[in-house]
Design a protein around this ligand. Structure first.
Ligand SMILES: Cc1cc2nc3c(=O)[nH]c(=O)nc-3n(C[C@H](O)[C@H](O)[C@H](O)COP(=O)(O)OP(=O)(O)OC[C@H]3O[C@@H](n4cnc5c(N)ncnc54)[C@H](O)[C@@H]3O)c2cc1C
Length: 395
C-alpha cells in the first residue's frame, strides 16, 4: 500500500485511539487473571479492529492484510507495543506473524488453504517449535529432534520447550533433522504438525519468572512421541529449515524492536506522569529530584536513538533485503533490548512499591520482556557476529 504521509498519520491516529480506548482497559483483567480469562473479550475486540481495517498490518493486501512497508509497520508496532495485548488484537503477534510469513512464502496451495487461511482470519493460532532443553538454542544446528521417513510419512520424535503459544494452538511448525548426513545447515526441515496428532504431548506451560500463563501468553514444553505426519507437511524444500528460519528472523526483529520501543514510550510516559504528581514532601514533587530528571533525560535520549536505529534497519531491509542489513539487525536486537530493560527499571524505581504490583503493566513487562535479551539470538551472539565482521574487515 502506498499511503501519503497525511493518510499514514491519520491511520496512526486511528490506531493510537483504538489502543488507548479499547485495548488498554483490558490490561487489568488480563493481569488479574490470565490470557484465557480475557480471550472472549479479546476476540470481540479483534472483530471490531478488523471491521475498521486494522488487521494484519504486516501482511500484503492480496492476503487480506494492510500491505504496509516494514518501516510503516514498524510505526504501527510501536503504537501497539504500548499495551500488553495490542499485537494480538491486530493479529500480528509472535509467533503467528512469523508463521504466516513462512506459509505465504513457502506453503503449498494445500498448506495455505488448511493453515494459512484460518490463521489470517484469526480463527486459529500456531506455534514455532525449535528450541530443545537438551541442546543450546543459540546453536540450532545441534538438534536432537528427528523426522524419519516411513512409507509416505515422517515419524517425528523429540523434546522441545519454549514453544510460545502452543497452549491452544491448532498446529506447530516443528524444526526436525530430516537429513542427518547433509552439511550442518541443510540437515533440518520445518514440518507442520497438527497439535491433535497422535503423539503430540504438551507437557506443561513452563513457568517464566513465576508465571506459567495460558493460551497465547505461555511457553510450552512439548514431547513429540513418534508423531506421524505425511511428507507433504514439510515446508519448502526438505533440508531448507535453517534458510527459512533465517528469513523469518529479519523482519521479525524489526517488529519486536518497535514493540519494545512502544513499551519504552508507555513506561516513560508513566514515569513522567508519576514524577510530577507524586510529592516527596508537601509541594515538592518527585520530578524536582535530580536523579529523576537524569532518568527522564537519559531515557528520552536512549529511546530516540533506539527508534532511529531500528527504522534505519527497517529501511535497509525494505530497500536491500535482510542479508544486506544483517549487522544492523544484530545491532538493534541487543541495543533496543538493553534500552527497554533500563527504561522499565527506571520507571519501576520511580513508582516505588506500586511499580512492582500488577496494578500497572510495568512489572509484567519487567518479568516477561527480560527474555528479549535471550530469544531471537542472545545479546552475546549478536555482539559476537557484528564484532567479528567488523574486525575481519580491518585485517
Ligand atoms: C520468552 C521466550 C520465548 C521463546 N519462544 C520460543 C519459540 O516460540 N520457539 C522456540 O523454538 N524457541 C523459543 N524460545 C527459545 C529461545 O529461542 C532460546 O532460549 C534462545 O535461542 C537461546 O537458547 P538457550 O535458551 O538454549 O540458551 P543457550 O544457547 O544455552 O545459551 C545460554 C547463554 O549462553 C550465552 N551464549 C550462547 N552462545 C554464545 C556465543 N556464541 N557467544 C557468547 N555467549 C553465548 C548467552 O548468554 C546465552 O544466553 C523462547 C525463549 C524465551 C525466553
Amino acid at each position: 500500500m502506498t499511503l501519503s504521509s497525511a493518510e499514514f498519520e491519520s491511520l496512526m491516529d486511528t490506531i493510537r485511539n483504538f489502543v488507548q480506548k479499547e485495548i488498554v482497559p483490558l490490561e487489568r483483567p488480563f493481569l488479574d487473571a490470565d490470557f484465557n480469562a480475557v480471550a472472549p473479550q479479546l476476540d470481540a475486540l479483534r472483530q471490531k479492529a478488523r471491521g475498521l481495517g486494522l488487521w494484519l498490518p504486516q501482511i500484503p493486501q492480496e492476503y487480506g492484510g494492510m500491505g504496509l512497508s516494514l518501516v510503516e509497520h514498524g510505526h504501527v508496532s510501536e503504537a501497539l507495543g504500548r499495551t500488553l495485548l495490542g499485537h494480538y488484537v491486530f493479529n500480528c503477534q509472535a509467533p503467528d506473524a512469523g508463521n504466516m510469513e513462512i506459509l505465504i512464502e513457502h506453503g503449498t496451495p494445500e498448506q495455505q488453504e488448511t493453515y494459512l487461511k484460518p490463521l489470517l482470519n484469526g480463527d486459529i493460532r500456531s506455534c514455532f517449535s525449535m528450541t530443545e532443553p537438551e541442546n543450546p538454542g543459540s546453536n540450532p544446528t545441534w538438534m536432537s529432534t528427528t523426522a524419519v521417513k516411513e512409507a509416505d510419512d515422517y515419524i517425528i520424535t523429540g523434546h522441545k520447550w519454549f514453544s510460545t503459544g502452543a497452549d491452544g494452538a491448532a498446529f506447530a511448525i516443528v524444526m526436525a533433522v530430516t537429513n542427518p548426513e547433509a552439511s550442518k545447515y541443510k540437515r533440518a526441515s520445518q514440518i507442520i504438525v497438527p497439535t491433535d496428532a497422535d503423539g503430540f504431548r504438551l507437557v506443561r506451560n513452563t513457568s517464566v519468572m513465576g508465571e506459567s500463563g495460558s493460551g497465547w501468553a505461555s511457553h510450552a514444553e512439548i514431547m513429540y512421541d513418534g508423531v506421524r505426519v505425511p511428507q507433504t507437511a514439510v515446508l519448502g524444500k526438505e533440508g531448507a529449515g535453517f534458510a527459512i528460519a533465517q528469513n523469518r528472523l529479519g523482519p521479525g526483529r524489526i517488529h519486536h524492536c518497535m514493540r519494545w520501543i512502544g513499551i519504552c514510550e508507555r513506561a516513560f510516559d508513566m514515569m513522567c506522569d508519576y514524577a510530577v504528581r507524586r510529592e516527596v514532601a508537601p509541594g515538592r514533587p518527585l520530578a524536582s529530584q535530580q536523579t529523576i530528571q537524569n532518568w527522564v533525560a537519559e531515557s528520552r535520549a536512549e529511546i530516540n536513538a533506539a527508534r532511529l536505529l531500528t527504522l534505519d534497519a527497517a529501511d535497509k531491509i525494505d530497500r536491500l533485503g535482510s542479508y544486506a542489513a544483517r549487522d544492523d539487525i544484530s545491532l538493534i536486537k541487543f541495543y533496543v533490548a538493553g534500552v527497554m530493560g533500563r527504561v522499565l527499571d527506571r520507571a519501576i524505581q520511580t513508582h516505588g512499591a506500586v511499580g512492582l504490583t500488577d496494578e500497572l503493566p510495568l512489572a509484567y513487562w519487567f518479568r516477561h520482556e527480560r527474555a528479549a535479551r535471550i530469544y531471537d539470538g542472545a545479546d552475546e551472539v549478536h555482539k559476537r557476529s557484528v564484532a567479528r565482521r567488523i574486525l575481519h574487515s580491518c585485517i
